[in-house]
Ligand binder design. Structure first.
Ligand SMILES: C[S@@+](CC[C@H](N)C(=O)[O-])C[C@H]1O[C@@H](n2cnc3c(N)ncnc32)[C@H](O)[C@@H]1O
Length: 277
């Protein structure tokens, strides 16, 4: 059982901090969520952006992912949804970036990571829900923490599925669909099998595997686009949008950023789905 705080979640926050410095994202909270170890990496990368040769592609992909999930959260709030549940939240900052009167934010993560997050996070923010997704029903934990199952919610599952076994993802998504009010929404993304894609994709995969080594965060669910759509659909969600990471990068990462949008992995998939009434 992994009891260490998530290193990948810190890495993502560091990348959001770098992307904010580059003017690609606007996440003023990312920098202050970094612990001492990753802060050193962040400062090196800021100074020598090419220290890790695959980093520009990683940054382009992450910028696209954050902006894609953000777009759906903004739409949901614009459409009157007042509950946002971020599952596998890590050092997510949406509870501060999208804060507004009448909207409740929930963040669910493993207790080992959430304790650290809560200790460095700004005041106010989300209702924290500590739960291990392998053994705890997220829908039930969110309900106990105050999420109103009679009112629609948007569930954000960003950069999480790949670290869980397929049966865990299926169980959690099915329970969420079952427990969510009609009109509820889901944003979720998936990694493809590691032998799929270009030589560049495989190189990036190897570099990231190196970065994760010793963290206990191995990749578990790797699934192609059709498989991802089938998975979400068979859990009771009506799929409304399917997009590749490359397509999202072309659409959502400004060309002026200079980031290599066209080299983002086209086999990574993001899915937006709803609970039909
Ligand atoms: C790559 S991080 C992504 C964090 C955040 N969603 C983001 O995009 O910045 C993966 C997250 O999934 C969480 N996670 C992985 N396995 C988990 C489990 N069994 N229970 C709860 N959270 C888990 C980790 O703690 C970590 O915060």
């Amino acid at each position: 059982v992994r009891a260490k705080p998530s290193r990948t979640a810190q890495a993502v926050a560091a990348e959001r901090a770098v992307l904010t410095d580059l003017g690609v994202l606007d996440d003023p909270f990312a920098r202050e969520l970094l612990g001492p170890a990753i802060s050193i990496v962040y400062r090196i990368v800021r100074r020598w952006p090419h220290a890790i040769p695959t980093l520009p592609v990683t940054l382009a992909g992450l910028a696209a992912r954050v902006r894609w999930h953000d777009g759906h959260v903004a739409d949901a709030l614009g459409d009157g949804i007042t509950q946002v549940a971020v599952i596998g939240a890590g050092y997510d900052s949406r509870a501060w970036r999208f804060a507004r009167d009448g909207v409740s934010f929930f963040e669910l993560d493993h207790p080992a990571t959430q304790t650290v997050k809560a200790s460095v996070a700004p005041p106010a923010g989300p209702v924290y829900v500590a739960a291990d997704l392998r053994s705890v029903d997220a829908a039930e934990a969110l309900r106990r923490a105050g999420l109103d199952p009679e009112a629609p919610a948007i569930h954000v599952v960003e950069g999480v599925t790949m670290y869980l076994a397929e049966d865990v993802v299926r169980r959690q998504l099915s329970a969420l669909a079952e427990a969510s009010a009609p009109g509820s929404r889901l944003t979720i993304d998936f990694y493809p099998p590691s032998d799929v894609g270009t030589a560049g994709d495989r190189r990036q995969h190897r570099v990231q595997r190196l970065g994760r080594s010793g963290s206990g965060e191995d990749l578990r669910l790797l699934i192609d686009r059709d498989g991802a759509v089938e998975l979400v659909t068979s859990c009771g969600w009506a799929v409304a949008e399917v997009v590749s990471a490359r397509e999202a990068a072309r659409r959502l990462v400004p060309a002026e950023s200079g980031l290599p949008r066209d080299r983002v992995n086209e086999h990574k998939t993001a899915v937006f789905a709803v609970v039909r009434g």
